[in-house]
Design a protein. Structure first.
Length: 201
């Protein structure tokens, strides 16, 4: 069975996919990317996009890139609401293993950077997914920024994508190892069945 990875999220997905696709495919996985520019966590939790992708593609691993939108800070009293929005997204992809890539550093303005820090802290509190810290992965990529302060150049996304892939490698290998064991057990079962068949003749 071909293992399938779904990369889904906001506009960063469009920048990351060209790097991640060949890396993921090189280790034997199928790859699908879906991006919604300017959308936030609440949008993905409320709309049917994830439901449709999970039903049609049936991924084994879902990599979510969300947390940059919307602009502004999340005050302490809204933490429960933010966790609910995260939970709504995770519920839609519960059939797969989930890796969440948090928001990168933001140079646009101080408020958006503070929001990125706050969201990363809230994402880190989750125990029902694996978090890759987007801020840590992009803190030295300021030379590869686009003028808006939110996005990266093609080279910047290439570097970030390579770091995300490094964070995924152990999981991709675990799935591959599991697949190998299943194949070996299936083969062993066929061999045993064949031996028993010839003995019964």
């Amino acid at each position: 069975m071909q293992r399938r990875l779904l990369l889904v999220g906001d506009s960063h997905v469009a920048g990351l996919a060209p790097t991640l696709k060949p890396l993921v495919q090189a280790v034997g996985w199928d790859f699908l990317a879906h991006s919604e520019q300017g959308k936030d966590i609440r949008f993905f939790g409320q709309q049917s996009i994830l439901d449709d992708l999970m039903s049609d593609y049936k991924p084994h691993l879902v990599v979510i890139v969300l947390g940059t939108n919307p602009s502004g800070t999340y005050p302490e009293q809204s933490s429960a609401r933010y966790h609910q929005q995260i939970g709504d997204v995770l519920h839609k992809v519960k059939q797969a293993r989930v890796v969440w890539v948090g928001p990168p550093t933001i140079l646009a303005n101080a408020a958006d950077e503070a929001s990125s820090i706050a969201r990363t802290k809230l994402l880190a509190q989750r125990t029902d997914m694996t978090l890759l810290n987007g801020r840590e992965q992009t803190k030295d990529l300021n030379a590869y920024r686009t003028p808006d302060g939110f996005h990266f150049t093609a080279q910047g996304y290439e570097l970030w994508g390579q770091r995300i892939f490094t964070g995924l490698q152990s999981m991709l290998s675990q799935f591959s190892t599991w697949k190998t064991w299943i194949s070996l057990l299936s083969l062993a079962g066929l061999v045993i069945a064949g031996i028993m068949f010839w003995r019964a003749r």
